[in-house]
Design a protein around this ligand. Structure first.
Ligand code: B4P
Length: 190
């Protein structure tokens, strides 16, 4: 089973590259950002709680996203593998994910981290904000808050996978196609 964590700051291209990985390897895409936006658009209690935090660029509580991922793993028992996009975003989420997969006799195959400069991230997200309708893409202050949340809470997750010898870093600047070619080479070594 191929279980890939796609990692990187907001706007690094995790969602973009996930789409290409799905097409090539037939994996199930689990994006906590998309799952949360789905809850918001359905107007659920969870969505209402998450919206306030997401609009401010703050991470949603660990138990909320861990519960969502657990449900998705249970409802895709026959999957060939998963792409975890935007999850885990804290060390607590990484520990929980290891435990969830272990209980299903599975494990993370590797983490691929997309490296992009803060200036380029801000530029990409503001550009996307022009037509995405996402409140968290529209405001430079919120974007900076998201990058700070990443540096404070999410960046340490890389060490968690480095300690397990499962970490590879990829340059996330350049054309989407050339970045994907590099990701595919790494994926095929896992
Ligand atoms: P996410 O939905 O995960 O989104 P993201 O980090 O903003 O974007 P991503 O890296 O996927 O970038 P994309 O490919 O779209 O998170 C949103 C919020 O949800 C978080 O702030 C948090 O509040 C909450 N949340 C989600 N998961 C959570 C968790 N596990 N725990 C707690 N809270 C959680 O690319 C961005 C743009 O760049 C696009 O317009 C794209 O076209 C462009 N782009 C991509 N690659 C490019 C390239 N090579 N060159 C130029 N542009 C490129």
């Amino acid at each position: 089973m191929l279980n890939l964590v796609l990692f990187g700051p907001p706007g690094a291209g995790k969602g973009t590259q996930s789409q290409k990985l799905i097409e090539k390897y037939g994996l199930i895409h689990l994006s906590t950002g998309d799952l949360l936006r789905g809850e918001i658009s359905q107007g659920t209690a969870l969505g209402l709680e998450a919206k306030k935090l997401m609009d401010e660029g703050i991470l949603v509580p660990d138990h909320v996203v861990i519960g969502m991922i657990s449900n998705k793993l249970d409802s895709n028992k026959d999957a060939r593998g998963f792409i975890f996009d935007g999850f885990p975003r804290t060390v607590a989420q990484a520990i929980a994910l290891d435990e969830l997969l272990k209980s299903k006799n599975s494990a993370i195959s590797g983490m691929i981290a997309l490296e992009v400069s803060d200036t380029e991230l801000e530029h990409r997200l503001l550009l996307r904000g022009k037509d995405s309708g996402r409140a968290d893409d529209a405001n430079p202050e919120v974007i900076r808050k998201r990058i700070k949340e990443y540096n404070d809470k999410t960046a340490p997750v890389a060490d968690f996978y480095k300690n397990q010898n499962k970490f590879t870093s990829v340059n996330g600047s350049g054309s989407k196609e050339s970045i994907f070619d590099t990701i595919a080479v790494v994926t095929e070594t896992l």
